[in-house]
Design a protein around this ligand. Structure first.
Ligand code: SF4
Length: 290
């Protein structure tokens, strides 16, 4: 044992869940063991009932091994009192097993976490199933993993919607009168049920489409009573592939939609203008619409 180095190597004898092995530990327990060995009177070797060998036991006094119950019921409570920490928490008494479980969970949820395979070796378990009982994933680690998986970023696109309040308040928001405009980047979609249009990710420019440079779109954007909102659009598998996999997937999506009628009636092939090969713009959902 070298307590001065960054990591100490601790020899663990055969135990109930595995054979003898060596594990790295923090220098702190290494120093504590050295201090204990320095003050403890020499002890004779004692029989290890699991291997039949005579070995040096760390926890031994007066030629007798310290019973596990003595560690949990006497030594740990007295150490807790000395350190000024409670001897129990909501899960019960602080025991050697609890400490082992807590350290394992912390290593599993660390910034640079140990894998289950590494923890299995570190704990000396024969089976990874046993390790899983120790390595509990914390809510914050689970939240981070979920965030990193980017489910919503990958499956939902956010689009800006312009609401013509004059049209709404003036009663023009009747069935065929446009009053909300979905900003596609290159133009607007004035179809009320934009989210249901199969061409929404690669607009076919049907009759509901005014391009950004058209007089209608310029007039709309110049209005005072224009409210900007954000709408979330869940993506289909093909649309997400077009977002994730690039041009080939986007061309495939356009090919699939070539003969699919637009809400205005004609298909993209009949409109003859090739569908706009531009995906919905990405909008920072933390940005407040003005
Ligand atoms: S095809 Fe027509 S309805 Fe569909 S997104 Fe484009 S403009 Fe809107």
């Amino acid at each position: 044992m070298l307590a001065q180095v960054a990591v100490c190597l601790l020899d663990i004898p055969a135990h109930k869940t595995g054979t003898a092995f060596t594990k790295p530990v923090d220098p702190l327990p290494g120093k504590a063991i050295e201090a204990w060995e320095a003050v403890r009177p020499d002890q004779p070797k004692m029989l290890d009932t699991k291997t039949g060998e005579h070995v040096d036991l760390l926890f031994a006094m007066r030629a007798r091994r310290v019973a596990k119950v003595g560690i949990n019921k006497t030594i740990i409570p007295s150490l807790c009192r000395k350190a000024g920490v409670p001897t129990a928490d909501v899960r019960g008494n602080i025991t050697s097993h609890r400490a082992r479980s807590t350290v394992t969970s912390q290593l599993y949820n660390a910034k640079e976490p140990m894998t289950l395979f590494e923890l299995q070796a570190w704990l000396g378990h024969r089976s990874a199933d046993t390790t899983q009982h120790y390595a509990k994933i914390t809510p914050s680690t689970l939240s981070k993993a979920y965030r990193d998986a980017g489910y919503f970023e990958r499956n939902v696109r956010t689009i800006e919607v312009l609401v013509d309040r004059d049209a709404v308040e003036g009663g023009a928001a009747a069935p065929r009168e446009p009053w909300q405009y979905y900003d596609l980047g290159h133009g607007f979609c004035s179809y009320t049920f934009f989210e249901q249009c199969p061409h929404r990710m690669a607009c076919a420019k049907c009759d509901f489409y005014p391009p950004k440079d058209s007089s209608k779109a310029l007039l709309l954007e110049a209005k005072d009573n224009l409210q900007r909102m954000l709408a979330a659009v869940p993506l289909t598998d093909d649309e997400r592939a077009a977002v994730d996999d690039g041009k080939a997937a986007l061309d495939r999506l356009l090919g699939q939609l070539a003969d699919v009628p637009t809400p205005a009636g004609p298909t993209p092939r009949q409109i003859s203008t090739r569908a706009q090969a531009t995906l919905l713009p990405v909008i920072d959902i933390n940005r407040r619409p003005t």
